[in-house]
Design a protein around this ligand. Structure first.
Ligand SMILES: Cc1ncc(COP(=O)(O)O)c(C=O)c1O
Length: 387
């Protein structure tokens, strides 16, 4: 099997991730608790080590500002619903995943207004359009760092400058970039950064985080839920200190421990090298697909402005059919359709059928890319309706 669905979940994982999952459950699988028995303290240590590793990765001095969540969706919901109140205005873009689009849409029911800025036919937004969309009551601007449809990397720093001049907060959806590109929170100048552990970070599903930048006062960000934290248990209100303010209930300790092992692996390899590998594979893939008659590749041309998420359509093929044949006949695992980002597909001119998406990962080889290109070449010669 050729696995080209790393934008949904990276696979395989480094061996150490599988090992840590098993070992942790066997030896350490207790509920964290600082003042408890040895296994509980060991579980706490594992969680806090992963938190510190994520903080280091993103250049944060205060690890408590890394809040664990179950996924990027969970982190985005916390940021969006935690910041916005009735009569607030939010700005977002048409390139967003449903995990930004839907929470914002749901908040309209409580009186939050929203403006979406458009994208060009390569999926890029114009920072000037963000400026034009701001209103006096704009509290939050939510922008994806890189599109999960075509890999377009947005000009986040330029957007950040505009947002901060206005006094609003910038939420960046890093689901497709954290672990894939080397950057810190300060490089982006973002206030809130949401991401998952199971993509480029090579961790297991069920892990993610919201990073709360130094400009955000936690009192501006309400928790989504209240509950047990193991601290200040005598009180009936949620502790205000980070990360307990947002981490009520049992954490995914086993997943977080394995994410820590994945981070060690990535650090040993070096994120620069990971990014260079993925960039070379993406260049090869884009070039190969562009050379096939009848194939339209939707990725940006500039390798500096894209990640390893490549969408394309093939003349005469419905993307869903093409994806199914690639899987069943060629053993190529990829995605087809709207990728939970219908408005991005519309901006790219491929709504409602969507695209076929190839997303190489850390373990993808050049040979696999060439095989995938050859398969598309063969299929492009035999459109399904003619076959
Ligand atoms: C850009 C983007 N944001 C958010 C998400 C949601 O991530 P999760 O599956 O971790 O909830 C995805 C998922 O594919 C994504 O691609």
């Amino acid at each position: 099997m050729i696995y080209l669905d790393n934008a949904a979940a990276s696979w395989p994982k480094p061996e150490v991730v599988y090992r840590t999952l098993g070992d942790f459950l066997r030896r350490t699988g207790a509920s964290p608790g600082r003042l408890a028995h040895r296994m509980a303290m060991e579980a706490t240590r594992a969680v806090e080590e992963t938190r510190s590793k994520l903080a280091r990765l993103l250049g944060m001095t205060d690890a408590w500002r890394v809040v664990f969540t179950a996924s990027a969706t969970d982190a985005l919901n916390l940021a969006i619903k935690g910041v916005l109140s009735p009569n607030d205005h939010a700005v977002t873009t048409v390139m967003e995943h449903n995990s930004v689009r839907r929470p914002l849409r749901a908040l309209e029911a409580i009186g939050v207004a929203m403006t979406k800025v458009p994208a060009d036919d390569r999926g890029f937004i114009d920072p000037a359009a963000v400026r034009a969309a701001l209103r006096p009551n704009t509290r939050l601007v939510a922008v994806t760092h890189a599109s999960n449809v075509n890999g377009a990397v947005q000009p986040i720093r330029e957007v950040a400058e505009i947002v901060h001049e206005h006094g609003a907060l910038l939420l960046v959806d890093g689901a497709q970039t954290v672990g894939a590109l080397p950057f810190t929170l300060a490089d982006l100048d973002a206030d809130l950064l949401a991401f998952s552990g199971h993509r480029a970070l090579l961790g297991p599903p069920g892990t993610g985080a919201l990073v709360i930048g130094p400009r955000v006062d936690p009192s501006e960000l309400s928790p989504l839920r209240e509950g047990g934290t193991g601290v200040n248990s005598e009180r009936d209100i949620q502790p205000q200190e980070l990360p307990y303010r947002y981490e009520a209930g049992m954490l995914n300790t086993v997943g977080i421990a394995a994410l820590g092992a994945a981070l060690d692996f990535l650090n040993q390899v070096g994120i620069d090298r990971v990014a260079a590998h993925q960039r070379a594979l993406t260049d090869r893939l884009v070039r190969g697909l562009r050379g096939i008659p009848g194939v339209r590749v939707l990725s940006p041309d500039d390798p500096d402005r894209r990640v390893a998420v490549v969408s394309f359509v093939v003349q005469g093929w419905n993307p869903a059919d093409l994806g199914a044949v690639l899987d069943q006949t060629y053993g190529i695992a990829c995605r087809a359709g709207l990728h939970c980002a219908p408005e991005a597909c519309r901006a790219l001119g491929v709504f409602p059928q969507g695209t076929v998406r190839f997303s190489p990962g850390f373990f993808t080889t050049e040979q696999e890319i060439d095989q995938a290109i050859a398969a598309v070449h063969e299929l492009a010669r035999t459109p399904l309706h003619l076959a």
